[in-house]
Design a protein. Structure first.
Length: 221
């Protein structure tokens, strides 16, 4: 079976992506070691891959054994709710470190393996990467930058397929924190389910080889 690495797979959308791809791919779940990540790996017969995106200098040694890779899914991300005046430089630095720099570093290290397989790089972006969301200043900026990196990668690596997925609000722990910041009651029924976004993403990955899906935009009904 083709191979796929998923970052941020311990819960939420990452775990749903593992579930959606387990029937068709050999999975490597990348992230900081945790009981939650181990549980997802055990559930879907996947292998955990210790990885800290906030420490890009460690990535080289971690991915060195990978010589061929069919799919890389950048799902890991952080968000610090706050309007511009409420944010700190440290929050901006932490957001960019994981959401952008970590994704760039991991992609660069895996480029030879992806080229060898004619692989597919998927960026789980956000609606905030198209229209900036109030109260998510640093997060929105990081997602705009991530979209720019995805577009550049697509232009510069014609042997690869590169897809940016821009979902609306998803019922995850991150969403619950944002709703609390907004002072509202959290109702997961108002948002996309992780399973829905995972299924749409899996459809893009499993599309026929002559199809190159550049962007996927998904919104709650």
């Amino acid at each position: 079976m083709p191979t796929a690495i998923i970052t941020g797979a311990a819960r939420g959308l990452g775990a749903a992506l593992a579930e959606a791809l387990a029937p068709t791919h050999t999975l490597f779940l990348a992230g900081r070691p945790s009981p939650q990540l181990d549980a997802v790996a055990e559930r879907f017969g996947a292998t955990t891959w210790p990885l800290d995106l906030a420490d890009p200098e460690s990535i080289t040694a971690v991915v060195e054994p990978i010589v061929e890779l069919d799919v890389l899914i950048h799902n890991a991300g952080v968000a610090y709710p706050g309007r511009v005046a409420e944010t700190s430089v440290d929050e901006w630095r932490a957001t960019m470190s994981v959401n952008l720099i970590g994704a760039v570093a991991l992609t660069l290290e895996l480029l030879p393996a992806l080229r060898a397989a004619g692989g597919h790089v998927v960026f789980i972006n956000s609606g905030s990467g198209i229209n900036a969301s109030p109260g998510l200043a640093s997060y929105s900026a990081s997602k705009f930058a991530l979209r720019g990196f995805a577009d550049s990668l697509r232009n510069d690596e014609p042997s690869l397929r590169v897809t940016s997925v821009h979902p609306g609000r998803i019922a995850t722990d991150m969403q619950e924190d944002l709703i609390a910041y907004e002072g509202r009651d959290y109702d997961p029924e108002q948002f996309l389910s992780p399973q829905t976004v995972a299924r749409v993403t899996a459809d893009a990955i499993n599309a026929p080889r002559d199809a190159h899906i550049h962007e996927v935009i998904v919104r709650p009904r």
